[in-house]
Design a protein around this ligand. Sequence first.
Ligand SMILES: [Zn+2]
Length: 354
Amino acid sequence: MMKKPLLKFLTALPVLLFFTSVQAQPVYRFTVKVGIDSQSVDSLGGLDNVKRNLKQMFHEINKAFNYDRRFQAYYNFDVDWDALYVYEGSSRDEVGKPHPDHDYLVVMDGVRSHPDEGGGGWNGSYIQTIYHDRGTESQRFNNPFDRMATDGIIHEFGHSRGMPDIYAMTVDADKNPINGLGNPGIRCMMNYCYGETHWSDYAVNMINLSADKRVEIDSLVNSMCPELIRIAVKDSSYGKVKGADIRLYPVGWYSYTVNETPEIVSATNSKGVCTLDGRKVFPKSRSCGLKYPNYLVEAEYGNRKAYGWLPLYEVQNAKFEGKKAYELVLILKDEKPSTPKDFDVTKNFKRLKN
Ligand SMILES: [Zn+2]
């Protein structure tokens, strides 16, 4: 007879623990109005199917913001089913329509039926609208609810919570005239989002910073500019290198290109360190918040060179961690290549035995 209540208690305990852990976090609810074009509704077999698909998609969107405990709140992007509407004509006319009763408007389109349609994505400022455009030039229907489309819209909701594009800070190897290396960025929903579920530390920091407020990506990016950038140059035995030349080659937003002219030229001091004013390295800009999202850094001493990057997704994390300076360490390699026999483990083993 004792078995039953004990069993009940044992099953209730994890449920209770789950709810206490969920309720320890604040809930951020954002209301969403959805409009969908009539041709997409027809292709999907009517409005009931659209609703079923939308429910599943928003389940996935909310899941993407809630599986990771680094987020400091429970996110609820909440579709207002009474406000769901079907429109005729160009999607472009829908983007920019005011939606005073809802935080966000999502305009969905699976068919390119008008010449001015296309170029979907997040529209910030006073617009606060995701243009979920799946149309292609072929006028064929592309399901706005498939897996790729869902990954895409999760990325757009990342923008709605203050995150810039990480891919906008990356570099293609063939567009780097200085050392020919590419910089693909880091794993993040805000870099290449298809098939991805991971949020980078920078994305988590920015989304937490935005909290439940309506935010402007540019002003957040600008507000997290670090005070100082410190570049230390060391030799292969980790000794300081004084008087090394430092050159910072800028990378423009969405350019994927290293500019061949350095923006900043300096040198390391007697301690082997070059300290730069963060505001000079990353000047304020009306578009995107800061003028550059990344630099290729070159250190040169004698005939040796070393390279590093200053992407905002690394640099701004220092400010999130409360540090005054972002520090980059560049190591100049030996001129002579190392000899393989120096790494002969048996040689060291024999020496140890003696
Ligand atoms: Zn984006």
